[in-house]
Design a protein around this ligand. Structure first.
Ligand code: SME
Length: 179
């Protein structure tokens, strides 16, 4: 599987040109599709999406899902990056706003967003995308934070909505017991 993982160079310029960004989303989007093909497990699919995206983009600093574990509560994971807040209620932060409004939220400057939850003070901008199951229920949000301001735009939104849309038919499986 190693050939699937492009590891972005985070030592230089983090911002990609619009052309590079688009090309990289196409490349990583195809990789996600290839990896997820035939895999029905939700957690394995989420983990693979996080891994491929986080490694592909130099401006991704924190990349992960918050799963809906109660009517109005989200719980972290899977994710990559620094320590994330564990639980987020629907009335808190950008993730809560996304869950409540069931739409993607792009925040160019997190310090200007009322109620933003600063899990890591290095975060400067973010995008949060809702994740739905086949019945249209919100099952999670997908959150990406960047240390650079204004990192996310319509290109990120379009591709990320399409990529997390691949999760809609996956199953959250319980542990199988013997017998
Ligand atoms: N920024 C988010 C909190 C989650 S973390 O940044 C990982 C928010 O305000 O919803």
């Amino acid at each position: 599987m190693a050939e699937f993982t492009r590891v972005a160079d985070r030592t230089g310029e983090l911002r990609l040109s619009p052309e590079e960004k688009e090309a990289r989303y196409r490349e990583v989007g195809a990789q996600v599709e290839a990896v997820l093909e035939g895999e029905a497990d939700l957690l394995a699919s989420m983990s693979s999406i996080v891994c491929l995206l986080h490694n592909a983009f130099p401006y991704y600093f924190w990349t992960g899902f918050y799963r809906r574990v109660a009517a109005e509560e989200l719980l972290v994971g899977p994710y990559q990056g620094t320590m994330g807040c564990l639980r987020i209620r629907f009335d808190r932060g950008v993730c809560g706003a996304c869950a409540r409004e069931r739409r993607t939220i792009v925040v160019p400057d997190v310090h200007a967003f009322p109620g933003h939850i600063a899990c890591d003070s290095a975060s400067a901008s973010e995008i949060v995308v809702p994740v739905f199951d086949a019945a249209g229920e919100l099952i999670a949000v997908f959150d990406v934070d960047s240390t650079i301001r204004g990192a996310f735009d319509d290109t990120d939104r379009e591709h990320l909505e399409r990529i997390v849309g691949l999760l809609r038919d996956r199953e959250a499986r319980p542990v199988v017991t013997a017998g």
